[in-house]
Design a protein around this ligand. Sequence first.
Ligand code: ADP
Ligand code: MG
Length: 238
Amino acid sequence: MATLDLRNITKSFGTAKVLHGIDLAVKDREFVVFVGPSGCGKSTLLRIIAGLEAATSGQILIDGQNVSDLPPVQRGIAMVFQSYALYPHLTVFENIAFPLRVAKLPEPEVKQKVGRAAEILKLTDKLMLKPGQLSGGQRQRVAIGRSIVRNPKVFLFDEPLSNLDAALRGDMRVELSQLQRELDATMIYVTHDQVEAMTMADRIVVLNAGRIEQFGSPMELYHHPATRFVATFIGQPN
Ligand code: ADP
Ligand code: MG
């Protein structure tokens, strides 16, 4: 299980303040989507949670424990990169196994963990292929597989489907939702696509210019937008 708490996270790049005090409490096994226009700070916030970027101030707590000063690998958080981050010369097996090789796990454990990830992701019969021999959706699943093998408590996705065509995006939305149930994981998913947010989220964080405009269920946002920005962005006809 994993809860994720953000306490007054701020971030400045030089004199430019891009996050203005973000407070957020994500529940165990919740699927939370960060949505907002380009440049509003979604990726920066995600990278701060992952530990890839230092916050200017504020705290990150996982299961109540302050992880703000821990390096990325010790946070129990996996950032799923877009599928183009795969190694083209390695097999699917070795792409998924990569973090375990780095951690120098014994071969039987590597086989067991990769096998389990491949089962969940329906890649069992693809393990000996190279990424170039896979479809876009399968490649995305390999990228997810690479993060599953380390048993993270929290998964972070930064616009993982933006390179895929519309039909495949629809399939992958469904697959990701199923995957979350199978993994019993807490997931944060970043998108600038309102439809993706509305169809996938348990709760949605609407970000605008480094601030949270509203945090609520898709229905709450749709029927009770807190601000004009939310009403316009979520696209309620009025
Ligand atoms: P989003 O993912 O919502 O499109 P980002 O988090 O990438 O937004 O960017 C938020 C703001 O921070 C933007 O104005 C962007 O130009 C700025 N920014 C992001 N990363 C850096 C950086 N490394 N140095 C300077 N400014 C940055
Ligand atoms: Mg971004």
